[in-house]
Write a protein that binds this ligand. Structure first.
Ligand SMILES: Cc1cc2nc3c(=O)[nH]c(=O)nc-3n(C[C@H](O)[C@H](O)[C@H](O)COP(=O)(O)O)c2cc1C
Length: 307
């Protein structure tokens, strides 16, 4: 057993300095959680995705549990950017952590406008460009599944802000590396992946689809092997930092992503099972470093070996 008491957990996702590598995945963690936990323990916080105008989202039912995961078709329900900046953002400011805002839009111009508005607040650290939502009729993953469209959106946001830009990639593509390279080439400072995998589920009793939207995004432990594979592929394809997510439920899962090349990780669906999981994962990573006599989390990044 080692005597290493305080390993370094801090990481840098381009301009975003995180005191540990653990954040939360957009849409799975809300401010209500701060009644129970000290959010400032997290490496960063990422609220639910925001659009220019308020959105009611899709008709219910919008979620259904699946083996080792869930399907959701929320459809980006949110109060719109102006309400968010005025009413919601101030409630995040009291936490001494980087705030990363996840944005969705129907055109490159609209993404740029959102970035401008957020930058003008002077209150946030990073912008996560969601070009990967599977639950929208317009502005969903058609941007993130086409390298040219990805490039167009990222370039527009790059022009609109000096904040750290993270492009969130969809797994619903044949070649994730092509999209990662397009984002990097267009000026993205980092990438995050994966968003949900397009899926559906049918009730054989009623012979109807479970979701009113018919299709939804699959997330949770079921998607983790796909996500780890994609993080590893992107790590070998681009130089910009990666925030890895998809099915993380414990510290070992998070470490898998880091070994595959992620600089930071985000906990998503598992927050619904155990809202303490991001906090437990921070402790678990720290204990792993201590037990294995590793002084710095950054030494594990991409350190996986082939057999
Ligand atoms: C209910 C729900 C809502 C989500 N909302 C968003 C969102 O607003 N923006 C976004 O980029 N991703 C959203 N996601 C995707 C997650 O951020 C994450 O990328 C995905 O679920 C994979 O991680 P996980 O398996 O740990 O949940 C959502 C996922 C779920 C389950």
């Amino acid at each position: 057993m080692s005597t290493l008491a305080k390993p370094n957990l801090s990481v840098q996702v381009s301009g975003i300095k995180m005191k540990n590598p653990v954040t939360v995945a957009s849409g799975t963690f809300g401010l209500q959680s701060d009644n129970y936990f000290d959010l400032s323990v997290l490496g960063a916080v990422v609220p639910k995705g925001i659009t220019l105008n308020p959105k009611e989202g899709n008709k219910p039912p919008r979620t259904i549990e699946t083996p080792s995961g869930m399907l959701n078709a929320i459809g980006l329900q949110n109060p719109g950017i102006d309400h968010f900046i005025k009413e919601v953002l101030p409630r995040y400011e009291k936490f001494d952590i980087p705030i990363i805002i996840n944005i969705s839009a129907e055109s490159a111009e609209e993404y740029a406008l959102l970035a401008e508005k957020l930058t003008a607040t002077g209150k946030i650290t990073g912008i996560e460009i969601n070009v990967s939502c599977p639950n929208l009729k317009r502005g969903g993953f058609q941007f993130g599944s086409d390298p040219k469209e990805t490039e167009k959106v990222v370039k527009a946001v790059r022009k609109a802000t000096d904040l750290t830009i993270i492009t969130k990639l969809t797994p619903n593509v044949t070649d994730i590396m092509e999209i990662a390279k397009a984002a990097e080439g267009a000026g993205s400072d980092a990438i995050s992946l994966i968003n949900t995998l397009l899926g559906t589920s049918i009730d054989v009793k009623t012979r109807k689809f479970h979701l009113a939207n018919v299709t939804g995004g699959l997330s949770g432990p079921a998607v983790k092997p796909v996500a780890v594979r994609m993080v590893w592929q992107c790590f070998n394809a681009v130089k910009i930092p990666i925030i890895g997510m998809g099915g993380i439920s414990n510290a070992n899962d998070a470490l898998e992503f880091i070994l595959a090349g992620a600089t930071a990780v985000a906990v998503g669906t598992y927050n619904f099972v155990n809202p303490r999981s991001p906090f437990e994962i921070i402790e678990g990573i720290k204990n792993y470093l201590i037990e294995n006599n590793i002084a710095d989390i950054n030494d594990l990044r991409g350190a996986v070996e082939t057999v």
